[in-house]
Ligand binder design. Structure first.
Ligand code: G16
Ligand code: MG
Length: 215
């Protein structure tokens, strides 16, 4: 049986993925950059500065480090404005029920998000106390698809990777979970998350998830 579940935040527990998209879109419109859903897919689970680098690369734009910092800060300002309105109503379907079941079963939970805004979002959602461990992104040297963030979470929970299930909505995240040696549940579409062991539309099918946890 599995003893721990490690959750990504954006796109798994709440739909902040659309806020990241909207914030980048707004920035790109201001600076005359092209940005679409296809580029956005590559940014999921990827850190802020690396995301900006991907956008600038796609547009063949080169700018100074100070310029990049300015743009990344600006995007974050837009993003923070958007997440300031989050409430517990913004939890994605199935999350509350799943957490309750996991608590009853004594399954430990952690958050492995690349976002520096993760704690703010978890607090606004009212779920921060559900987690035994939240990865501090500042301590992670290599972002997803490197397994470091998930290995850190398993260590933080005190549960070996083999006994953990990781849940992700991004390609980079699924790759990270698999490299960490965990069972991977993808949230989204099977064609983009084909590396996952199981792909679900959301976390609503609690019975299915429990049957994997406790075979
Ligand atoms: C999230 C998002 C990414 C975002 C990153 C950094 O990762 O998926 O799109 O670029 O966090 O966020 P911030 O700019 O708030 O530090 P995850 O791992 O939660 O999906
Ligand atoms: Mg995500």
């Amino acid at each position: 049986r599995y003893e721990g579940m490690i959750f990504d935040l954006d796109g798994v527990l709440t739909d902040t993925a659309r806020f990241h998209y909207a914030a980048w879109k707004r920035l790109c419109e201001e600076i005359g950059c092209y940005f679409d859903e296809i580029i956005n897919e590559k940014l999921k689970g990827i850190g802020r500065m690396e995301s900006l680098n991907i956008i600038l690369n796609e547009n063949d734009i080169e700018i100074s480090d100070e310029g990049k910092q300015f743009l990344a800060d600006r995007k974050n300002l837009y993003y923070k404005e958007m997440i300031s309105k989050i409430t517990p109503m913004d939890l994605l379907p199935g999350v509350s029920e799943l957490f309750q079941r996991l608590n009853e079963l004594g399954v430990k939970k952690a958050v492995a998000s690349a976002s520096r805004n993760a704690c703010t979002v978890l607090e606004r959602l009212g779920i921060i106390d559900y987690f035994q461990y939240i990865v501090d992104t500042d301590r992670i040297k290599n972002g997803k698809p490197d397994p470091e963030i998930f290995l850190n979470a398993s260590k933080g929970l005190g549960i070996p990777p083999k006994k953990c299930i990781g849940v992700e909505d991004s390609q980079a995240g699924i790759e990270a979970i698999k490299k960490a040696g965990m069972y991977a549940i993808g949230i989204g579409k099977p064609d983009t998350l084909y590396k996952a062991d199981l792909v679900l539309r959301d976390l609503r099918d609690t019975d299915r998830i429990i049957s994997i946890l406790l075979p």
